[in-house]
Design a protein around this ligand. Structure first.
Ligand code: KG4
Ligand code: ZN
Length: 345
C-alpha cells in the first residue's frame, strides 16, 4: 500500500512532472536538476475555434492525451517507468476538470510504481523553471512572475519561502494581453498575437502605465490600461478615424511591460539582490525579454531567463518544483484533491 512515511529520499531522484491545469497536457522527466525530456500535447488549436479555453474541451483533450504524453516523455528521457523515483503533479490553480485528469493519472502511477506523489502549485512551478536553466542557481533572488492568472514580483529568500514585493490588484498581465487581443480582433491565444502585431507598430497611442503604489506594497493594475485601449478604439471608430491596430498593440505592449521590468529591477537594486529570474507565459514576450535583459545588464544584475517554451505552461517546471518538495520530504496523500485557486503566498 501507499504509505508516504516509508519513502527514502535520494539526492538525485528521477522525477516525472505532469501538468494539465489549462489547455496543455504536458509531461517531463528530470534527474536531479538535469532536464531529460519535456513533451506537450496542446488543445490550443481546438480552443481557438471558440476564441478561448472551453473547460469541457480541455478536460476531454487531457483524457485523450495524458497517456501518450507521458509515454513520449519517458521514451525521450531514455528511462523506463521503473526508474521513476517520484511523480510531481499540478494540483492547482487551474480548471478543475482539467486538473483532475492529470491528478488522477499521477496518483495511479505513483501508487503502481510505489513512489511518492508530490503536489505542485502551478505558479510555484513557473517560479522553479529558472532552476533548470542554471543548475547552480540558488536563492536569494528576485523573480518576476507574469502569466494568465498572476502578476507578481517576489523576493525569493530560500527554496520554499518568498516575500511578495508587488502584485496586481485587478487583472493579471496575461489576462490584459488576451483582452486587448480580443478588442483588436486577434485570434486565441491572444498574447503572442498582440506581440506579432506590435512588431510592425509604433508606440504612439497615449496609454496609462500599469503601476500603482500603495502605502505598503507595490501594486500593478491592468484594468485601467485595458479600459483605455477599449476607449481609444471606440472613440476613434466613432469619429470615423482609422485605428492602426499595430500601433495600439505596440503602445499597449510598452505600457504593460515597461513598469513590470522597471519595478523588478528597482526591487533587486533596493534590496541589494544580485540575481533576477522570471517565469510565466508573459515572459515569453520578446519585447519584455529584451528590455529585462537590457535593464539587468545596466544595473549589473545577473538575469536567469528560461527559454520561451519553459515560460508558457510545461511540465519541466512542475518536475523542478517537485524536486524541491521531494528533497524536503513533502509528499502528498492519495486523497489529494484539485484546487481551482491557491493563494500565491
Ligand atoms: O503561464 P501561462 O502559459 O498560463 C497560465 O498559467 O496562465 O500564461 C498564459 C498567458 C496568456 O495570458 C497569454 O496571453 C500570455 O501568457 N502570453 C503572452 C505571450 N505568450 C503567452 N503574453 C505576451 N506575449 C507573449 N508572447
Ligand atoms: Zn502557467
Amino acid at each position: 500500500m501507499y504509505d508516504k512515511s516509508t519513502f527514502k529520499i535520494k539526492s538525485e531522484p528521477v522525477i516525472l512532472g505532469l501538468e494539465s491545469s489549462c489547455d496543455e497536457t504536458a509531461a517531463a522527466v528530470i534527474k536531479g536538476r538535469k532536464l531529460l525530456s519535456s513533451k506537450i500535447i496542446s488543445s490550443a488549436t481546438e480552443q481557438a475555434k471558440f476564441g478561448g479555453v472551453v473547460p469541457e474541451i480541455a478536460s476531454r483533450a487531457h483524457t485523450e492525451a495524458v497517456d501518450d504524453v507521458v509515454k513520449q516523455a519517458v521514451d525521450a528521457a531514455g528511462i523506463a517507468l521503473k526508474d521513476i523515483d517520484a511523480v510531481a503533479v499540478t494540483y492547482g490553480a487551474g480548471l478543475l476538470g482539467a486538473l483532475l485528469v492529470g491528478l488522477s493519472f499521477a496518483k495511479s502511477l505513483a501508487f503502481t510504481l510505489g513512489v511518492p506523489l508530490i503536489a505542485v502549485n502551478h505558479i510555484r512551478g513557473h517560479l522553479a523553471a529558472a532552476y533548470l536553466v542554471d543548475e547552480t542557481l540558488k536563492p536569494p533572488f528576485i523573480s518576476l512572475l507574469a502569466s494568465g492568472g498572476h502578476t507578481a514580483v517576489l523576493h525569493v529568500k530560500n527554496y520554499t519561502q518568498f516575500d511578495v514585493l508587488g502584485s496586481t490588484c485587478d487583472d493579471a498581465a496575461g489576462e490584459a494581453f488576451d483582452k486587448v487581443a480580443r478588442v483588436l480582433g486577434l485570434e486565441y491565444p491572444g498574447g503572442v498575437n498582440v506581440e506579432r502585431l506590435a512588431q510592425c507598430g509604433e508606440n504612439d497611442v497615449p496609454l496609462p502605465k500599469c503601476t500603482v503604489k500603495n502605502s505598503q506594497t507595490l501594486q500593478f493594475s491592468y484594468s485601467g490600461l485595458k479600459t483605455a485601449v477599449i476607449n481609444y478604439c471606440h472613440t476613434a471608430r466613432q469619429k470615423g478615424a482609422e485605428v492602426v491596430k499595430e500601433n495600439v498593440a505596440c503602445s499597449f505592449q510598452h505600457a504593460a511591460v515597461d513598469s513590470l521590468v522597471k519595478k523588478t529591477v528597482e526591487c533587486a537594486v533596493e534590496r541589494g539582490v544580485k540575481i533576477v529570474t522570471a517565469g510565466g507565459g508573459v515572459i515569453a514576450n520578446g519585447y519584455l525579454r529584451q528590455t529585462l535583459q537590457e535593464e539587468c545588464a545596466k544595473h549589473g544584475l545577473k538575469l536567469i531567463l528560461p527559454e520561451k517554451k519553459f515560460c508558457t505552461d510545461n511540465a519541466a517546471m512542475i518536475a523542478s518544483e517537485g524536486l524541491i518538495q521531494y528533497l524536503n520530504g513533502n509528499f502528498a496523500d492519495l486523497n489529494l484533491n484539485a484546487k481551482a485557486q491557491i493563494p500565491l503566498a
